[in-house]
Ligand binder design. Structure first.
Ligand SMILES: C[S@@+](CC[C@H](N)C(=O)[O-])C[C@H]1O[C@@H](n2cnc3c(N)ncnc32)[C@H](O)[C@@H]1O
Length: 211
């Protein structure tokens, strides 16, 4: 019962079980996020965006890495926005972080704003993945870096690993080639993927064309 209620709230947390899920994600995705963040260059003065920021843990990790830069988080769940704001209270007070309610499909930012964009465990839920990746591309600076992070990865060794979650949530685990392909179609360059075989984790980095 508890597990099912939690899982149901992965895509758009709300209510009591949404709150529980946010707590679980902040804890459960921390190691995955640290592993993935090691694959992307983050400078002290960068402006960064975390898409689908959930409970705000990645925003807080980015704030630690970024010195005099700024970190934005967006999520379409109001509960996530509230929880991210709570977790990042001090960073918000000092002007280092800002959390907004928004969809990845229509980001409330000018074009060419961000040096770095991260998206941890959220891509599966996006309704229009190709256009959503293009929308992220729009807000990235030329030469800006994108990091996509995945735990739900198709595996030849365990082909049915994600069957029940896929069915329950109506989402699909990703493959390395599928992610490379869609990033290429969305216009990204220098696409690289990394896997952690012990856990089956995958992350992809990609860049916006330099002008
Ligand atoms: C599984 S949670 C991951 C949260 C966080 N990134 C983490 O790693 O803990 C997926 C998050 O993506 C958000 N999300 C899903 N689709 C979205 C969309 N189209 N636009 C903005 N946020 C979205 C959900 O509300 C949820 O907070």
């Amino acid at each position: 019962m508890k597990y099912h209620k939690l899982v149901e709230n992965a895509g758009r947390p709300q209510g009591f079980w949404g709150k529980m899920m946010i707590k679980a994600m902040n804890k459960g995705h921390s190691e995955l996020t640290d592993w993935a963040l090691a694959h992307i260059k983050i400078n002290r003065s960068d402006t960064a965006l975390d898409v689908g920021c959930g409970g705000g843990k990645t925003v807080s990790k980015l704030c630690t890495k970024i010195g005099n830069g700024k970190v934005f988080g967006i999520d379409y769940s109001q509960l996530c926005v509230d929880n991210s704001k709570k977790l990042n209270k001090n960073n918000i007070i000092c002007g280092k972080a800002s959390i907004l309610q928004a969809s990845v499909s229509s980001l409330p930012f000018d074009s060419n704003k961000f040096d770095v964009v991260t998206a941890v465990e959220t891509y599966y839920f996006w309704q229009d993945k190709l256009n959503d990746l293009k929308e992220i591309y729009r807000v990235m600076k030329p030469g800006g870096r994108l990091l996509l992070v995945f735990e739900m990865v198709k595996s030849d060794d365990e082909p049915h690993k994600w069957d029940s979650i896929e069915k329950k949530l109506g989402i699909e685990a990703v493959s390395r080639d599928g992610i490379k392909d869609i990033l290429l179609h969305a216009g990204y360059q220098n696409i690289r993927t990394y896997t952690k075989s012990e856990n089956g984790w995958l992350c992809a980095t990609a860049e916006k064309e330099q002008v």
